[in-house]
Design a protein around this ligand. Structure first.
Ligand code: FMN
Length: 171
């Protein structure tokens, strides 16, 4: 697949079919997550893969009742791990590790798209509720919730600002 085409075609998907994701494809998504770059290759990140509907519903409630999350057959929660990221000090904990998780998820979203799956980065959620749902240790910090599934509706591409406005070339 042409990568720029995939980058442009990928949409945030908020309507999912009931269809389950085959195990080999779930494994491919995990592979995409772990092969992303990371600061010093520390890989200060952890991902929860949630298939259980009961927990998906709890996550949707924690995400300010964004109920489409619970409709996806797979929900991924991406976390930073400060037990590892502290090695680069404050910058490691509060910047690099978040970037590491973001890069993992972006790559995974493209692999999902290539394989006919849709996903959405969900950033609006109550962290404390996510901690409670997973009984998550304090060294982890959930930074993104990503529902993944086969799309039932693909939205029109939201507009982008022009390349001219986004990029300043300095020669
Ligand atoms: C940091 C971040 C937080 C986001 N949070 C949410 C969210 O809480 N709920 C949601 O439905 N979409 C969320 N999105 C998805 C954006 O709304 C979406 O990427 C944007 O509208 C562009 O649409 P596109 O992804 O289809 O190109 C988030 C995206 C990012 C990068």
């Amino acid at each position: 697949m042409d990568i720029l085409k995939a980058v442009k075609e990928r949409r945030s998907i908020r309507d999912f079919q009931k269809k389950k994701i085959p195990g080999e494809l779930v494994d491919k998504l995990a592979e995409a997550l772990i092969w992303a770059p990371s600061a010093g290759n520390l890989q200060a990140r952890k991902f929860y893969f949630i298939k259980a509907e009961r927990i998906r519903k709890m996550i949707a409630a924690a995400a300010l009742n964004q109920n489409f999350i619970a409709e996806a057959p797979l929900v991924i929660v991406g976390c930073t791990d400060s037990r590892i990221s502290y090695k680069y000090g404050e910058r490691g904990i509060h910047l690099y590790s978040i970037q590491d998780v973001a890069l993992s998820i972006m790559g995974m979203m493209l692999v999902a798209h290539e394989n006919g799956l849709g996903s959405t980065w969900v950033g609006a959620f109550r962290e404390e509720e996510i901690f409670r749902i997973f009984d998550m240790p304090k060294y982890l910090r959930p930074v993104a919730i990503v529902p993944v599934g086969y799309p039932s509706k693909i939205p029109h591409p939201p507009a982008r600002i022009s390349k001219k406005d986004a990029v300043e070339v300095i020669e």
